[in-house]
Design a protein around this ligand. Structure first.
Ligand SMILES: COc1cccc(COC(=O)c2cn[nH]c2)c1
Length: 241
């Protein structure tokens, strides 16, 4: 997979040289390229923004500079991703879908955002454009959101992680529940013990205990996920909880 990131702060993306993503690049699993948007400016001041039509505070990123950059970076079949607070919320489903793309291009907005004609222009040209939010808060730019989404996608690329079993969606289990609490050695720490059942070796009981904790935790922290559960996937024990 090829991933391109276009930003006025390309150094922000240098963390992608480290750890999992860094290794994947060395192994040729991931072709990641970071570009400085200012490389496509033509004026002496390398301007990428201007005042908003209709007035208002802040600045808007110019469509012409973005258009020149994206025309060069986008390959046929690429998905264009615009991190933005006013986008669809990014979920594991998006990560799974994006992991099958040939190329992802992340356009990192700054200031008040990117001129809306950029997304419109590329949609009209038949490019799949995703305006995606990583959560209901405002960052100063799309770089951090891009890092989040690149990590979520990259770890799903075949060969990226040693043990594919570890890719089971930890915190959003296949059953659509939050993960159960996990424990490891030492068995006693800070006067806190391990739940007895986990030391029993009784796998059916352990599985049941873990599911109960996952259901309880989900009901407590994410009632929206409980509401989305497929009731048919629950057994009478679950419903008795
Ligand atoms: C493209 O327009 C803008 C405008 C303002 C900030 C940003 C950066 O993205 C975020 O702030 C964000 C992404 N998910 N949650 C928050 C982009």
């Amino acid at each position: 997979m090829r991933v391109d990131v276009v930003s006025i702060f390309p150094d922000y993306l240098s963390v992608l040289d480290l750890s999992l993503v860094g290794k994947a690049r060395q192994r040729g699993l991931l072709d990641l390229r970071v570009h400085d948007l200012r490389g496509w400016t033509t004026d002496r001041h390398r301007t990428v923004d201007d005042t908003p039509f209709g007035g208002g505070a802040g600045m808007v990123m110019r469509p012409d500079v973005w258009g020149t950059a994206l025309d060069e970076v986008l390959e046929p079949g690429a998905r264009l991703i615009l991190p933005t607070p006013s986008g669809e919320v990014f979920t594991q489903r998006h990560a799974e879908s994006l992991a099958s793309a040939d190329q992802l291009v992340f356009a990192c907005g700054r200031y008040e955002g990117i001129d809306a004609r950029v997304a419109e222009h590329y949609r009209d040209a038949g490019v799949t454009v995703h305006e995606l939010s990583i959560g209901d808060y405002v960052l100063n730019g799309g770089e951090v959101a891009s890092l989040v989404m690149i990590e979520a996608v990259a770890r799903l690329i075949p060969g990226m992680v040693g043990n594919p079993d570890s890719l089971v969606e930890e915190s959003h289990g296949a059953a659509g529940l939050l993960e159960y609490p996990v424990y490891t050695k030492p068995p006693s720490w800070a006067d806190l013990e391990i739940p007895e059942v986990l030391l029993s070796g009784h796998h059916a009981k352990i599985e049941r205990w873990r599911r109960d904790r996952a259901l309880e935790r989900t009901a407590q922290l994410r009632p929206d996920m409980i509401a989305a559960l497929d009731v048919a996937s629950l057994d009478k024990h679950d419903l008795a909880l």
